[in-house]
Design a protein around this ligand. Structure first.
Ligand code: SF4
Length: 223
């Protein structure tokens, strides 16, 4: 049986398979921005106490920069403007042995869309980001096998902008998930990817290691 791929690995390979390759042996460090958003998320659906949340953030991440308090307070203020459902469970481990993927769902609800994922990015003008559609599709596939719950819709919490968006999973989202899984699987099984035609290099921290530019991925994978 093939080793399981995490949902975060799938999304990393989707961002750029070269970056996924370069970072494949590096332990993933949680960003301060995510630490803040995750802690705020755990309080959504209750009265948000900015002081209490910041104290919890400092407990979770004792070395966090004090300046992140400004970001935290800003997020809390925006989240106060939205209505948030309370989950019945948080950080639920789920997997799909059939697809060979696994992950952790941020929130699970007894009613409505059955789960939510928490993001530390701003919401787009409408709907959810393309990468988040893939995340929702992957977690829904895992939930279907772990709990026997068929889920066609998920929530995405965009904490910095204080938005709760609903994502109805489409066939194209599941196709995107399968493509990204394949990219991740090739790298994890020893393949050396090449630079995609439209790699998001302007948003990548690996530009120096990736220099000189690598040839397009499609040429490498055709062989
Ligand atoms: S610099 Fe561009 S091609 Fe290289 S890893 Fe980053 S996104 Fe991929």
């Amino acid at each position: 049986m093939e080793p399981r791929i995490s949902v975060s690995q799938i999304l990393s390979a989707r961002f750029c398979p070269v970056r996924f390759y370069l970072e494949r042996d590096s332990p993933h460090a949680e960003s301060p921005r995510y630490t803040v958003c995750k802690q705020i998320s755990l309080h959504l659906g209750t009265t948000l106490d900015a002081d209490r949340i910041w104290e919890e953030i400092r407990t979770v991440s004792p070395g966090i920069e004090p300046a992140m308090r400004i970001f935290s307070d800003d997020c809390v203020e925006r989240c106060r403007q939205e209505s948030w459902p309370r989950p019945s469970e948080t950080d639920l481990a789920v997997s799909s042995p059939r697809l060979g993927i696994a992950g952790r769902v941020d929130k699970f609800f007894d009613d409505g869309p059955a789960f939510a994922i928490t993001r530390s990015s701003e919401a787009p003008a409408a709907g959810v980001h393309g990468a988040d559609r893939i995340r929702v599709a992957a977690y829904a596939a895992c939930l279907a096998e772990t709990l026997g719950v068929e889920v066609g819709t998920g929530y995405v919490e965009y904490i910095p902008s204080g938005n709760l968006r609903t994502c109805s999973i489409q066939p194209g989202d599941r196709r995107g998930m399968l493509r990204a899984m394949e990219l991740a699987r090739r790298v994890l099984s020893g393949g050396i990817p090449r630079k995609p035609h439209r790699a998001p290099c302007d948003r990548c921290g690996q530009q120096e290691r990736c220099n000189p530019p690598i040839a397009p991925l499609s040429r490498r994978l055709r062989g």
